[in-house]
Design a protein around this ligand. Structure first.
Ligand code: DX5
Ligand code: ZN
Length: 216
């Protein structure tokens, strides 16, 4: 399967966000991960529509929008109109999961579903054929810079087996605590879309992206 690197701008320096994004793009990243937090579904608050609109204007990267918000169905139109390419919604936060996934696809975007570390893969059985991507959180959502939860590896493997058994080539994205040190582990387990925040935006962005891509 094709592999993609999705640097998470949550760890970027917002005083020069455009420059940080340009460095990641020039170094070869394909996606840009955009973490929206509402202070309810997760404790923290990050950024929303206006910042996405600005980001859209300065990059051609695939904008991979991860909505950590309650009732994401309220905001699909807005994030689509601001330039999202992929919108991923939490199973735990959504009252009408199939309907909301359908709404995302009806806007012409790719639809993703995401589960927290303690939510089992099994809850996704009914929607696996309705998503372009499954995102497995490999930390508790809410903050960058946390450590990868080791039991995630088995969860990635199990999800890849579930997809294979259905003949689905669905992307598996992993998010949280991914570093050069555990990148190979998650790739071997079956993930093919890699989110990395602090491992990309702390230090030399260009070098970090190149180091990741070399291993992928
Ligand atoms: C956490 C966010 C992540 C975060 C990952 O809730 O969903 O996308 O930016 O950051 P790192 O890679 O530093 O764990
Ligand atoms: Zn994220």
């Amino acid at each position: 399967m094709k592999k993609y690197l999705s640097p998470s701008i949550l760890s970027a320096d917002f005083t020069h966000l455009g420059e940080d994004i340009r460095l990641a793009e020039e170094a070869g990243a394909q996606y840009l991960h955009y973490d929206v937090m509402d202070g309810l579904f997760v404790p923290s608050i990050s950024f929303g529509m206006p910042v996405l609109r600005s980001v859209r204007r300065i990059t051609d990267l695939v904008l991979d929008v991860h909505l950590m918000i309650e009732k994401p169905e309220r905001y699909i139109d807005e994030f689509a109109d601001c330039g999202a390419d992929i919108i991923t919604i939490h199973y735990e936060a959504c009252e009408d999961l199939p309907g909301t996934l359908q709404k995302i696809r009806a806007k012409g975007l790719k639809a993703g579903v995401v589960i927290k570390p303690n939510t089992p893969n099994g809850v996704l059985e009914g929607v696996l054929d309705q998503v372009d991507m499954v995102l497995l959180m490999t930390v508790e959502p809410g903050f960058g810079g946390q450590a990868y939860i080791p039991s995630s590896t088995e969860k990635i493997k199990e999800l890849r087996r579930m997809l294979d058994a259905r003949g689905l080539q669905t992307d598996i994205e992993v998010d949280g605590g991914i570093k050069k040190e555990n990148l190979q582990t998650v790739l071997d387990a079956g993930a093919n879309v890699i989110v990395a925040g602090s491992a990309i935006f702390a230090g030399d962005i260009r070098q970090n992206v190149q180091d990741f891509l070399k291993m992928m």
